[in-house]
Write a new protein. Structure first.
Length: 567
């Protein structure tokens, strides 16, 4: 009897992590059926709520110290909550308990802004206990009054009503996400010439989905939780959570993160180096000021026949953090002063082509031939001029750019934004106005799945490049290209970055991709990565120890947060 009671209490406790209101409904059924006492149900539910609230608060608190976590959880809702909680903590925490969708960002904001944990837990404990007790009591009394009349159909009616309400909330949020994109395709003025709205070398924007997808609106921590759970399951299946660190055995941690981009490019064989954008590397030394370092870089550029303009970027980076275009020597001297001492930089020729893509390559160890398994076209963030509105107005009138407008207005600490002069410019009708130098989705880059454009020639070319690298089996080549037509022939492109196992299959971020298909593709690539890694382990390669991986991750996060704002 005791074990059964304990199991029921534990079940209720865990249910609160799935859906609080459904857990309270389950508890009311147990009380009405005399499976558990009212007190036991209430204590189980409150305990679950308190633990869940503490975890969310803890995530917010840790995000102040862990840059990658900050980037994952911080959102516009968290920013809005920050301004309301300090002077109105009690009313705010009581309010969000009743309003769907506000609890998570508000509790994140409490942890992030340093609200006293004691004050937070007491307040949320009181409000949560009061809410749970009242809701539970109402359901129990309702059951006691109506079950004699309509039987246990009462619980089915209540459960159905709650599920319909939850579904309604979900669909309402989804409609909101696509409210301004009913046609999905951007509507263009038919009076504009055909050559307008074009980015050289890329398919026309006339056929591009430009909406903000539902997946982009989901908080990153929540979006990636199924991927993390599946990683855990695969880790159990293959008996190693860090097995993917041997996916590419000659790359740091397999390229999950923290790998040197220059060393990856250095691994490309001599007979394939024509496909790399020219580059050199330097280390910011504390023995030289920025002017002296600029002279050293100029000499290194001369040795590699590099001319301005160039791209200056961290050798160890992620999602474009710290990346800048440098037009001349004056820009170089100014930019170098922003970098931390001992930072490793890549100085790379700025290519004249506007076409940009991510080419995902894989090869199973032991097999002779690899292939391209994903091709994604990447459009930089932009608005299209109407000949009347300023760039600032165009940003606010466009759903996608408005969604990321903090980056363009200089309100994001790790991105420099546009100048006031640029924001007040009026682009010509049909002119494509670039909002950021980098094309990462974090700043509003637009991705288009071009897997249908993968040809045998393209796949063969990247297989030759991939096989020229020692023990390289799984990763993404980021490239610039002259035109899609020549790229499909395996010609006229240059690699500007290589990513290892941590590279995402970015074709899933095409705004037309359904959420279910996104997860299906992410899981497919994840399974392939573990399979490749398992084969490499069989060949004698040993996964990185947890202690070493933790140290690498810690150093990597500290390094990313020290970079100057990207452009």
């Amino acid at each position: 009897m005791f074990h059964e009671t304990l199991l029921n209490c534990l079940t209720l406790f865990l249910e609160t992590f799935v859906q609080e209101d459904l857990a309270i409904l389950s508890g009311s059924v147990m009380v009405t059926n005399e499976t558990l006492s009212f007190a036991a149900v209430l204590i189980s539910l409150i305990a679950g709520l308190l633990i869940g609230d503490t975890v969310i608060y803890g995530i917010g608190w840790m995000s102040r110290k862990v840059p990658w976590l900050y980037r994952k959880v911080y959102s516009g809702k968290v920013e809005n909550a920050k301004t309301k909680i300090h002077d109105n903590l009690i009313s705010a925490l009581l309010f969000v308990r009743f309003v769907p969708g506000l609890l998570f960002p508000t509790y994140i904001a409490c942890g992030f802004t340093g609200v006293s944990f004691k004050r937070f837990i007491v307040t949320t404990g009181i409000t949560g206990a009061a809410y749970t007790a009242v809701f539970l009591a109402i359901l129990v009394k309702l059951g006691e009054a109506l079950i004699p009349t309509i039987g246990h159909w009462l619980w089915i009616i209540i459960l159905t009503t709650m599920l319909l309400f939850i579904t309604y909330r979900f669909l309402k949020q989804r409609r909101l996400a696509a409210a301004t994109t009913n046609n999905s395709i951007v509507n263009f003025d038919s009076e504009i010439p055909e050559n307008a709205y074009e980015i050289n070398g890329m398919p026309s924007l006339r056929a591009t989905f430009k909406r903000v997808a539902l997946s982009e609106r989901i908080p990153p921590m929540l979006f990636y939780s199924p991927v993390a759970i599946r990683w855990l399951l695969l880790g159990i299946k293959y008996r190693s959570l860090l097995l993917p660190t041997v996916s590419n055995p000659y790359v740091e941690a397999g390229g999950l993160w923290g790998e040197s981009k220059s060393r990856l490019m250095d691994q490309i064989g001599i007979n394939q180096r024509e496909w790399i954008a020219p580059y050199t590397t330097v280390i910011i030394s504390d023995k030289h000021d920025s002017n002296e370092m600029a002279d050293i870089i100029k000499e290194a550029m001369k040795d590699r026949s590099l001319d301005f303009p160039v791209v200056v970027k961290p050798d160890i980076g992620w999602q474009g953090y710290g990346v800048r275009s440098v037009q001349n020597e004056a820009d170089l001297r100014k930019f170098l002063a922003l970098y931390p001492v001992n930072a490793h930089l890549i100085i790379q020729q700025l290519l004249p082509w506007e076409g940009e893509a991510g080419v995902f390559y894989s090869r199973l160890p032991g097999e002779e031939q690899g292939k391209v398994i994903s091709l994604t076209l990447r459009y930089y963030p932009h608005v299209i001029g109407d000949g009347v509105s300023t760039v600032r107005q165009l940003i606010n009138n466009d759903d996608r750019s408005r969604f990321k407008n903090r980056f363009y207005h200089g309100k994001e600490p790790l991105h420099v934004g546009l100048s006031e002069e640029k924001l007040d410019t009026v682009p010509e009708k049909g002119e494509v106005c670039r909002l950021a130098f980098i094309g990462s989705i974090r700043v509003g880059g637009l991705y288009r799945d071009a897997s249908g454009n993968i040809t045998e020639q393209l796949s063969k070319r990247f297989d030759e490049i991939g096989k020229s690298m020692p023990e390289f089996y799984f990763g993404r080549f980021d490239i610039k290209f002259r035109s899609l037509e020549t790229l499909m022939k395996g010609e006229d492109f240059r690699i500007f970055e290589i990513n290892g196992a941590g590279a995402e299959a970015i074709h899933v971020w095409d705004a037309s991709t359904p959420l279910r298909k996104m997860y299906s593709e992410l899981f497919r690539f994840q399974s392939l990565m573990f399979e490749i890694s398992d084969r490499n382990r069989t060949r004698g390669f040993v996964p990185m120890p947890m202690k070493e991986f933790y140290k690498l991750t810690k150093n990597y996060n500290q390094l990313i947060s020290s970079y100057p704002p990207s452009e």
